[in-house]
Write a new protein. Sequence first.
Length: 533
Amino acid sequence: MKKFNIVGICSPKRHYMVDTSKKIDEIIGLIDDGVYFTINRPRQYGKTNTLYLLKQRIKNSHYVLSTTFQSAAQEDFASAPAFVKFFLGIIRKCMISAGCSENMISSWMDLSTADSGQDSLNFEFLRGKIDMLCRTSDRPIVLIIDEADAASSNDIFVRFLAMLRDNYLLAQQEVETAFQSVILAGITDIKNMKLKIRPEEEHAQNSPWNIAVDFTVDMSFSVEEIAGMLQEYEADHKTGMDIMKMSVLLREYTSGYPFLVSRLCKLMDEKIIGSPRFPTYSSVWTREGFLAAEKRLLEEKNTLFDDLIKQIEDHPDLDKLLYGILFEGLRRPYNPDNNLYQRGSMYGFLAKRDTDICISNRIFQTRFYNYYLDKETLDEELSESAQSLKAQFTTHGRLNMDLVLTKFHEHFKSVGLSNSGVEKFVEKNGRRIFLLYLRTIINGTGHYYVEAVMGDDYRTDVIVDYHGEQFVIELKIWRGQQYNAAGEKQLLGYLDYYNLDKGWMLTFDFRKKKQTGAHEVELAGKTILEVVV
């Protein structure tokens, strides 16, 4: 029986897979055009698997020399002669795997054309070897280097790229013959990055890989692609799931990040199934089963999450930016020249939405919220108050959101956070204070995510799911009656989207003459409990 896979290469015979043939077709189109390019995507975004599937598609019409520099020893990059010998050797192995003839392989390894002495094994010699290999080959040759950025800070690697560029340009002038296409894969975009030849150097030079074309293939999983995978799973397991609804749910929470999609499916298929709440496949492949898998994913340690946290811990400016987006309603227009945006996008947790920079998907967003809320408790007394009353907030397994909001108002007032002397503090931290309080109550059972209103620094929506029941709470700062009406309209839109009859609005009001407390309003056939603190 097939399984969902999250490590190594996926096999259509052994694993449930998204059909990426259209993406592969686009990449083959680039190869047919004879261009060089870089596949730069975040970790666990399907790069290696895509390269494997690409190789399988074109191996009968091309010689595909697919390798990686990740396991190269330091001495292999110690000098040009050392690298040339290393490169000749790894390409020889690739040629054997690709089915090249013995004559091609022996000619490639023939050093008799080199001048005597080690120094003759230089990049000019290597360029000549590539020219002769491609000139005499009976098929186009494609060179693929995975994890190429593992060597991107090395002087020898930069010179190697420059040699490939020179070979490519001379081939365009019909002076030499070059690889049909060269594909570099990794996290960083070598084409656009500035490379420091040595770590101690202050100045960086532009990458010599400026001959590469932009790689615009969307490698995220679409709703339709996810649905195709689930259809195959459904044919085997007969769960009765609503395939399209489940596909939309997976896409909404992951934005199609390949690892996250596969991990959630794997958790439902292997870990959630058989638990007391989800004893059967039919019960697992529901919204409730999905949210149980999401909760488990958010609680686990894995290399992807570890890498995301490492990035913000190693880069204080990125940490500050992320915190501002999550808790302070920070809005920044996307700027491709901003190094922070580039780094966050490179590692997959920042993305462009409309014209602003934002967290790329709900899973990452909630993971970051949990990280910051656990990292430094903003108000222990408020959290402890929520914990002490936790049992009061549920009746027969149902969450009483009215009580959550009214008790928050009482505790918010009792700890003195609404005094005018700390208005600026609350304005910047109100969202965090409420999420800390809310998470204490629903932790272990409920789920939440935050839906920021684009272009609005002062308003956001929190969507809570508790035992399958949904709640939408709008958080905002008082900016006048007209702004309040706009917030109510925004909330009504969410209630319609989720098919709910009631919503909640929490307003932080810093006017001297204000009326705090809770009151209900009826709008467009919906009920809204508005709480002002």
